[in-house]
Design a protein around this ligand. Sequence first.
Ligand SMILES: N[C@@H](CCC(=O)N[C@@H](CS)C(=O)NCC(=O)O)C(=O)O
Length: 74
Amino acid sequence: MADHVVLLGFWPSPFGMRLRIALAEKGVQYEYKDEDLRNKSPLLLQSNPVHKKVPVLIHNGKAVSESLICGKVH
Ligand SMILES: N[C@@H](CCC(=O)N[C@@H](CS)C(=O)NCC(=O)O)C(=O)O
């Protein structure tokens, strides 16, 4: 089964950009979903229920938050 990777981000976020660069360097294809941080999506709230921050990387349904960690796990 092909990997399904989703990145929840916010376009001006330097943390999100850090992760996008890491994914690009690794050649990882992903679906990008931009968040409205004043109206966070149910997917973001479910994926990062404690901090409710982006970026969040969702790999085959498993969510990882914190940009420095996301960039290392895939
Ligand atoms: N330490 C986190 C910081 C993430 C962070 O601060 N994200 C901001 C956007 S730049 C955010 O989601 N803010 C929304 C909020 O605080 O409600 C990381 O490296 O991923």
